[in-house]
Design a protein around this ligand. Structure first.
Ligand SMILES: [Zn+2]
Ligand SMILES: [Zn+2]
Length: 103
C-alpha cells in the first residue's frame, strides 16, 4: 500500500498505516483487504456486470478456476481498439466467480 499523495511505502503503526514521509495515515482495516487482492481480481476491474443470467449462453466446456465447476456463462466484449482481440468473459454457474480469457 502506497501513500496516495507522495507514493511512499506506508508503514504499519499500531492500528494505522502511516506514511513516513508526509504523515498521511489510514486505518489498517480496509487496506488489508486491498493488499490481499490477487492479480486475477485486479483484472476484474473492467469485467462487465453479468446481468440477465437467464438469457446468457453457457459454455459447458469451461472449467472454473476457483471451484472446479464445469460450465460458465460467457459473453464477448469488443475492446475499443480494432487492433485488439475481443475479450471473452466468463462467470461460473456454480460459485459466481468471474474471470476473463485472454485471446
Ligand atoms: Zn506520503
Ligand atoms: Zn466456480
Amino acid at each position: 500500500m502506497f501513500c496516495p499523495s507522495c507514493k511512499s511505502l506506508l508503514r504499519p503503526d499500531g492500528e494505522n498505516l502511516v506514511c513516513p514521509r508526509c504523515g498521511f495515515d489510514k486505518p489498517i482495516d480496509g487496506s488489508v483487504e486491498a493488499l490481499g487482492r490477487t492479480t486475477l481480481e485486479e483484472d476484474l476491474k473492467d469485467v462487465p456486470v453479468f446481468e440477465d443470467l437467464d438469457t446468457m449462453p453457457i459454455d459447458e466446456s469451461v472449467l472454473c478456476p476457483k471451484c472446479g465447476n464445469i460450465g460458465a456463462y460467457w459473453h464477448l466484449r469488443q475492446t475499443r481498439s480494432a487492433d485488439e482481440p475481443t475479450t471473452r468473459f466468463y462467470r461460473c454457474t456454480k460459485c459466481k466467480h468471474s474471470w476473463r480469457e485472454y485471446a
